[in-house]
Design a protein around this ligand. Sequence first.
Ligand code: BGC
Length: 826
Amino acid sequence: MSEPNENVSRRTTLRLLTGAVAATAATTGSRAPRAGAAQRHGRVDQLLARLTLDEKLSLLHGAKDPRSLGQAGYVPGVPRLGIPPLRLADGPAGVRLRTARATALPAPVMLAGAFDPALAREYGRVIGHEGRALGQDVLLSPMVNLIRTPCAGRNFETFAEDPLLSADLVAEEIRGIQGEGLIATVKHFALNNQEKDRTTVDVRVDEQALHENELRGFEAAVAAGAGAVMGAYNKVDGMHACENAGLLTGILRDRWGFDGWVMSDWDATHSAAPALTAGLDMEMPSGRWFGEPLHRAVRDGTVPETTVDRAVHRILTIMERFGLLDGTAPARPARDAQAGARVAYRVAVAGATLLRNHDATLPLAGPAALSLAVIGPTGALPFVGGGGSAHVVPDRAASPLETITARAGRDARVTYAPGEDLYGRPLPATTPRAPFEGRSVPAGRTWTYDGTFTADEADGFGEWTFLVHHSGERPRVLLDGTELFPVRDAMTELFDGFGLAATAPDGLKVRRATRAVTPGRHTLSVVAEGGARGQVVRLRRITAATRAADVADAVRAARAAHSVVLFAYEDAVEGRDRTTLALPGNQEALIGAVTAANPRTTVVLNTSSAVTMPWLERTGAVLQMYYPGQEGAAATAAVLFGDTDPGGRLTQTFPVSDSRHPTAGDPRRYPGSGGIEEYTEGVRTGYRWYDAEGVEPLFPFGHGLSYTTFAYAGLVVTPARGGGLTASFTVRNTGRRTGVTVPQLYVGPSPDLALDQAPRILAGYRRLELPPGRTRRVTVPIAARTLSCWDPARRTWALGTGTRTVRLGTSARDLRLTVRARVLPL
Ligand code: BGC
């Protein structure tokens, strides 16, 4: 490997991250040189020779797009030499443009629940096609950071807590995206496993755990030919990920042979020469460091121009490979919104995960399908995707109430009660009276109000939530002389603006503030600016009394119906972790009251990740629909009524409580202490931790029910060539409906390795759909890599030879068949 050069070696180069390239049969990363590579390099070399230093530097950082299509990033080209600009759009749940619609696909965590790499390829194809159609060149996706903590705010954007599944999916998705001519960017390299303190936290992880868990997906992405990698915000071993030579050069280039370019996450670059030298090729979204400061560094000799050339070469190489330099890229296609919608629907059905189904509450049939109460604010609102850079503007989106009503048909009675008020009720009468409901402030004018209102018994005292809805600049609202909605730092403001509850159904922005309100008179002052375009303002409140009234309405609706479908949500956004896994707001109380009134209640979860369910035993069924994309409501109705089997399985363990999961209870482990976070769980990520610690989960990794039943039999596992194993077994649909099953193979530790090993790891799986009565013999290969551990002493993979236990089951905890198999030395 090439050692990081002078600028970086001043710092402690990561011992644990670097290492000589070791050729083992278990290494997946080397790619055969592609035909025509020499010719392409020749073209790139010729271009490079003609670029001025200014032109070269302009290719190494983002800039303002003179003709923005609403995408996240832009890099101007060099028209003089026919180098076109690059437009970079966010993913990962579709192409995110602020100003254009696209297919809003289900969140990647839902795609992952299908345990189906072929579906991941189709998902990628939709994005690749649309990205090209929408004028984009680069997609800022997929995200493959592992789900390490259930609290992490972006768990919906990534795949799983298991490295094998993540690796399989990311590779296929990248093939899908790039097969359509869009350059994929795997992100965030590496260890960006949380949002809390994401720009400052310094992650420490041992080398074995790093290679076996977090890095495996990135390695698979590189092996699949990803054109770009995005460096992470966080630090790794004391060094910003975007200037970490161990990661960017030692592992990415020297070990895995990555030949694409590395861009920074947005504003995650912290230096010019050190970052470039360490292996960062492009600063995004601006040239704060790679503009003038880098120019200066080249001029004064701090960094040789050849290092600039290296970065330019990497970018041009990928542009060349995608036909962007010589006009051989296929013409931009037209969007195919219908094809996108079809895949969105298929993924939502395939990832729909039935967690509980007591007494065959689902599918809704007979009287249950004829008399239904739909409850929950998100029952009547389309919950499409999570908040932040992943938010796609959907082509269309129905609400579950619409699709359920349509599916139930004319003979059915479907009622609706929100049960919880997301947007508030009008304020009590004020003196002097003023219209706070949709007050419009003309352009260039200021509306000021000073008055009082009285809180009386009927409102219920204690906490009130005040809400301001507005279309322009946020009004100043003072309650008893104290500002209710003060403007905070830019990041907090940005993140507060994300998410479902941050926008009213009519598009006004919504901010909330909860205050203790005592009985009696209160003063209220408002200053609202009309700005350039005028604005509309509403002031609202939610009180103990309105909360109780909403729950009481829901209970009445639940009592009057045969069955209930209650929609519960958790509105995750980038930039913020959850501080509790409980459902937010009043939802636990709502579920408690509704299930007490009607036990035939199905709770449909639109959550980003695991939630705790103290109410579980009182429900009839629980269906996890995550953030299901624009066709999510149709998919939800189809699963509820049994038009299709719920195809999803959990790709993360759901804990029983906030205190019983892998990152609970030790701030050093999460979210970090004194700026440092240690992954002291070592290789025991996710279910591996629950197994090692003997902790009972609420729902294990891999869990998900079908409407039919399956039997597994005849497990045989034999050694395969190249150090792997081959498992075969028989699956039979023993029920009366066509359904989906996902048999999973878990392998125990090797007796021959003196390395840390989890009690068992997922080593193979297969998604199957079978008609009733049908039997199928299935063969699943288990790769040598999966049976290997990273040996930090030898800096290479060590095959876990000897007799190993192989178990077959439907989840990490429902293991039905066990055999012992010998892994032979290479
Ligand atoms: C996110 C990236 C995203 C970028 C551009 C950052 O805040 O971490 O995932 O691609 O913004 O929008």
